[in-house]
Design a protein around this ligand. Structure first.
Ligand code: 5AD
Ligand code: SF4
Length: 374
């Protein structure tokens, strides 16, 4: 085993043994752990994964949180080089669900047992702030579920309106902590602006989710270590970490995909550094590798995000090619995930799955199930 990996792992283990999780890990140790053992031997990786699994169990227990994702529009005005929804991809047929259709899907999601509903879309100004705020309020009232919003860059006034309407969480990945790479791959946007938005969302009281892509062309190990630092500095409540998958109809269509073990190491280190964060086993992992999500659940992940988008629209939310579960119904997706959770010996969480941090365990804004019943 490579010495720097082995000694970083020993320091991480000592921290965990001392009851500190890995939040005290030094930056060089984070980098060494992400780099992995020299020979890429399974022994070293496995010890890191086992440690992350232990930190997950100690801090969050065995319950896996399910978040039902509604992909309600695949229109996007951005030109991200990695993403199939980019405006310049004219091969893609575009769709939008009306607010009424989205509400109906949300009710189905609640009936399938999900206690968090994620409203996700490309950056689509067709839905103005007031329309989305009304939608959030109705979804909360109709379902009593926690609501996560994931619609990209919006004005501070819009974010405030979403929060006032009862939105609990906001997902906005920082994608890569390499400012130069960020600006190149996301034309017209900067990392600094994105981080500023994440601070605004935090100040508005959202449970904040960020995260990054692993294996982007031009990404370095140093910048992956910076990704972990960004997540630690933001002290995020959630972090989505998934592999890059080359997407048809994009400038990166023929680039190499992200590596499975590298992605799992970044995920495992994120778990060490953010012991209380919700970390999903991403759909991107399931897409690239048959057992990707199972492996992720065993190296720190504690969330799965089943798709509830109506089957006819799923193939059109083509962020990347051959997305996992493209032909499934919402019920199929749920049944597969319940089986997967059972197979890895875990249970399904029964609560809304708010961040366990003290600031978020109290009453959330909006209508609760208690008031729905009365
Ligand atoms: N590979 C992996 N993840 C991607 N995303 C977009 N395109 C890709 C890709 N080719 C992720 C980004 C973004 C979300 C919409 O999907 O992280 O936040
Ligand atoms: Fe649009 Fe998001 Fe895809 Fe960029 S990553 S093109 S903002 S959907």
């Amino acid at each position: 085993m490579d010495r720097s990996f082995a000694s970083a792992l020993a320091r991480a283990e000592a921290l965990v043994d001392g009851g500190r999780a890995g939040d005290g890990l030094a930056r060089e140790d984070i980098r060494a752990l992400i780099a992995g053992p020299d020979a890429g031997g399974p022994g070293g990786d496995e010890a890191l994964f086992a440690l992350a699994d232990r930190v997950r169990r100690l801090n969050l227990g065995d319950a896996v949180h399910l978040r039902g994702v509604i992909e309600f529009s695949n229109h996007c005005l951005r030109q991200c080089h990695y993403c199939g929804l980019r405006a310049g991809n004219h091969e893609l047929k575009r769709y939008r669900l009306t607010p009424e259709e989205i509400e109906a899907v949300a009710v189905q999601a609640r009936e399938l047992g999900y206690r968090t509903i994620v409203l996700q879309s490309g950056e689509d100004p067709w839905y103005d702030g007031a329309t989305l705020a009304r939608l959030i309020e109705r979804v909360k009232r109709l379902t009593g579920a926690a609501v996560t919003v994931s619609v990209g860059d919006r004005s501070e006034a819009d974010y405030r309106a979403f929060r006032a309407a009862g939105a609990d969480r906001y997902l906005l990945k920082h994608e890569t902590a390499d400012a130069e790479l960020f600006a190149r791959l996301r034309p017209g946007t900067t990392l600094a602006e994105r981080l500023e938005r994440l601070h605004v969302l935090r100040d508005l009281g959202f449970q904040v989710g960020s995260g990054n892509i692993v294996g982007l062309p031009g990404q370095t190990l140093d910048s992956l270590a910076d990704d972990i630092s960004v997540l630690r500095e933001l002290d995020v409540e959630m972090a989505g970490i998934g592999p890059f998958i080359p997407a048809p109809g994009t400038p990166l269509a023929s680039a190499a995909p992200g590596d499975l073990r590298l992605t799992l190491r970044v995920l495992a280190v994120a778990r060490l550094v953010l012991p209380l964060a919700h970390l999903p086993a991403t759909t991107a992992l399931a897409t690239l590798y048959p057992y990707g999500r199972e492996l992720a659940l065993k190296c720190g992940a504690n969330v799965v995000m089943p798709n509830v988008t109506p089957t006819e629209f799923r193939p059109l939310y083509r962020i990347y090619g051959n997305k996992y579960g493209m032909g499934d119904s919402a019920r199929d997706s749920r049944d597969k995930i319940l089986r997967l959770i059972r197979e890895v010996g875990r249970s399904v969480a029964e609560d809304q799955g708010h961040s366990p941090k003290p600031a978020f365990t109290g009453q959330t804004p909006g209508v609760t199930e208690q008031t729905l019943r009365s």
